[in-house]
Design a protein around this ligand. Sequence first.
Ligand SMILES: Nc1ncnc2c1ncn2[C@@H]1O[C@H](COP(=O)(O)OP(=O)(O)OP(=O)(O)O)[C@@H](O)[C@H]1O
Length: 306
Amino acid sequence: MITAEHLTRSYGATPVVSDVSFACAPGTITGFLGPNGAGKSTTLRMITGLTRPDRGSATVAGTSFARLPNPARVVGTLLDPTAMHSGRSGRATLAITARTAGVPLARVGEALELVGLAGPAAEKRVGQYSLGMRQRLGIAQALLAEPQALILDEPANGLDPEGIAWMRRLLRDFADRGGTVLLSSHLLHEVQATVDHLVVIAGGRVAAAGAMQDLLATSGVVVRAVDAGATATLERALVGTGAQVTRADDGALTVDTATGIDAPTVGRLALQHGIALGELRSSDATGLEELFFSLTTATTASEEAA
Ligand SMILES: Nc1ncnc2c1ncn2[C@@H]1O[C@H](COP(=O)(O)OP(=O)(O)OP(=O)(O)O)[C@@H](O)[C@H]1O
């Protein structure tokens, strides 16, 4: 189990992470999703004891990271693959980690095999590795001491599609054996097929969280007026029916179908108000994309207004 409770951090006067709380259960993969600069790395660094929160706390397996006697055996982390010593080989890098964590050296070969870096690649210096190879080595390092949890910051960075599919299988297998996975990404399509749960962060705050299926269910009908000036009228009319409406920067309104409103109802309402529609569709096909987009832009807009 990984928990974050009210994690809050500012740099100078700028709040970077504000009151972020969530929990990741064993046997699941949680995606921590947000645009660049949303506060993902800062949150993961607070969970892993690298950055001190101004407020709030985090635990892994019931204990704060700093109090874990041998953290590598409890939680494998991949936070910055470019921070590895470039003069050492992949094998030597893992051997040092193994010694530090008290893991038998035989495990190094197994881990290299597991991430597809066995053979000549293992003997190359890390400085000669591509970003994808560094990510694989970082994942080997995280898995080396056979932890029960994994915290990975943008693990798909630099991986090709085959690499992303490989990582997906590896993480699913880890979770199926009871492990807890928390991984961050700024790309929705990267995590969409991988994770069971999502925590969406925007502007340092949790914008949405829950099971993937539940989050998909909160998407609905997307409607857009031809004349941008009519958007506010349309939004008011929709809200007047009790619908929940989110407005994106480009004027598209997403109407939550959970409140019972459907596309024909939205169309009729627009007609009653004399509003010509340029777009009216169900957002099912790209539901999560709409959700991610609307949540992140909505949060940004509300912050600007504050
Ligand atoms: N040590 C620091 N000092 C000052 N500002 C920082 C520091 N670390 C992060 N920030 C700022 O905090 C904000 C959030 O950064 P963070 O790296 O947590 O975001 P992120 O969601 O991981 O983004 P990305 O996807 O680009 O890595 C950014 O505006 C960043 O510039």
